[in-house]
Design a binder for this molecule. Structure first.
Ligand SMILES: O=C([O-])C(=O)C[C@H](O)[C@@H](O)C(=O)[O-]
Ligand SMILES: [Mg+2]
Length: 432
């Protein structure tokens, strides 16, 4: 019998808008503000566990529906969340958008019911583990079986970008534009100076491949000791991907999603013998067998937000280790609750872990009282109870008020680009 204090008395989902930088990608540009959700799970014992996830309208509705069913469940039973999700979030009860292909919006693979369950379960699993850890006075990594490393390395996530958004009432930061190799190298210099990163990743798919090859080569020349990656989000044909891979064979640690789809990835790897990574063609367990059997992917980017949580990420790391596939971590615009969860997940991941992605240096605000600092490009794995972060309630209220006063309800990089270029549309693939 569970102690009464371990039962959930309330689960809250608070949508917020987070200011974001004008970062360019294949689809367009980041909006001035992007939606996220903060999850709070309150126990009968008065403990609050935290989670953070996507805030797009259709996810928000699913998260709120799920939250209403949580009171009475114990925080010790996060594995049961999967059955609960299957019961509550059925094809007839969820937004149809969540079940269809939305290549115009998402860069983490296809949408289906399993993926939705993984996203919802993950958000609450993290909050349950945080609440449990605070209750029993143990860090989340201990609840996952114990950390395998004390520090988690992150990569400098470099973007082509404008200095400002093209709208007047937008958020701003003090970063310069980066639209050519020189600008990208200067951005990397500042990232490395301020945060000590020891790996570099450039978001590609923005300019023709020759320009991106030049930028990555310039990064390699400026930082000969640091591994460099390039990720065009599947923008290239097999021929183009093969050519880029051959050009960058001695320069990149790996190429991430040069092409769209497992078959195209396998063909590029067969032809060029350069390591390939993905957060697009393998984003659910069902996609693993074909990708591993055809050697399409040598590094898999996990992401607890859509793989189903911290425990699912651990399972994934064990599968990758078994098949000799390396592991890294995907990110989207996020705040400190997510960074803490990512750090606990990575601390417990088995096998060959490459520096994880994080968008955090691009964010100028947070919802935790002591925002993380990178030291030598790494985050020290917290040993405090739970995730090791405290909610800044004033900041949460401010960012929620921004959400309430705005009509931005989804991340839409295509629409944001149309503000600058009314003729812009989602490029058809392969773009080059
Ligand atoms: O590795 C990736 O594919 C990403 O980080 C996807 C993101 O959506 C990225 O493209 C971004 O923030 O523009
Ligand atoms: Mg990627």
């Amino acid at each position: 019998m569970y102690e009464r204090s371990m039962l959930i008395s309330e689960a809250r989902v608070t949508p917020i808008l987070v200011s974001d930088a004008p970062l360019l990608n294949l689809q367009g540009v980041h909006q001035p503000y992007t939606p996220r959700c903060v999850i709070e799970v309150v126990t009968e014992g008065g403990v609050v566990g935290l989670g953070e996830t996507y805030g797009d309208r259709e996810y928000l509705t699913a998260l709120q529906t799920f939250a209403a069913h949580l009171p009475g469940h114990p925080v010790t039973a996060s594995t049961r969340l999967w059955d609960l999700a299957a019961e509550i979030l059925r094809p007839e009860t969820v937004d149809a958008d969540l079940l269809g292909e939305r290549p115009d919006r998402e860069m983490f693979g296809r949408r289906n019911l399993d993926k939705l369950h993984g996203i919802v379960v993950s958000a609450f699993e993290v909050a349950l583990l945080d609440a449990l850890g605070r209750t029993v006075d143990l860090p989340v990594h201990a609840l996952l079986g114990g950390k395998l490393r004390d520090r988690v390395d992150y990569a400098a996530y470099l973007f082509y970008r404008w200095s400002e958004h093209p709208t007047s009432h937008a958020s701003s930061d003090d970063w310069d534009a980066a639209l050519d190799p020189g600008g990208v190298v200067r951005q990397a210099e500042r990232m490395v100076r301020e945060h000590g990163f020891r790996s570099l990743k450039l978001k590609g798919g923005v300019f023709p491949p020759e320009e991106e090859i030049a930028a990555v080569t310039a990064l390699h020349q400026a930082f000969p000791d640091l591994p460099v990656r390039l990720d065009p989000n599947g923008a290239w044909s097999v021929d183009t991907g093969t050519k880029v891979a051959e050009n960058l064979r001695d320069v990149v640690e790996y190429l991430e999603d040069p092409c769209t789809g497992t078959r195209a990835m396998a063909e590029v790897h067969r032809r060029a013998r350069v390591r390939l990574a993905t957060n697009m063609c393998v984003t659910t367990p069902g996609e693993i067998p074909e990708a591993f059997a055809t050697d399409a992917v040598q590094v898999l980017l996990c992401d607890h937000h859509f793989w189903g949580g911290l425990q699912a990420t651990q399972h994934l790391s064990a599968i990758c280790k078994t098949y000799g596939v390396g592991l890294s971590m995907h990110s989207n615009t996020h705040l400190g609750i997510s960074l803490a969860a990512m750090t606990h997940a990575a601390a417990c991941a088995q096998g060959d872990l490459h520096a994880c992605d994080t968008h955090r240096p691009w964010q100028t605000e947070d919802v935790i009282t002591r925002p993380h600092r990178f030291d030598g490009g790494a985050i020290t794995v917290p040993d405090e109870p739970g995730l090791g972060v405290e909610l800044d309630r004033e900041a949460l209220a401010r960012l929620h008020e921004r959400w309430s006063g705005s009509d931005v309800r989804t991340r839409d990089d295509v629409a944001a680009m149309q503000v600058a270029d009314p003729h812009w549309s989602m490029p058809s693939m392969p773009r080059w």
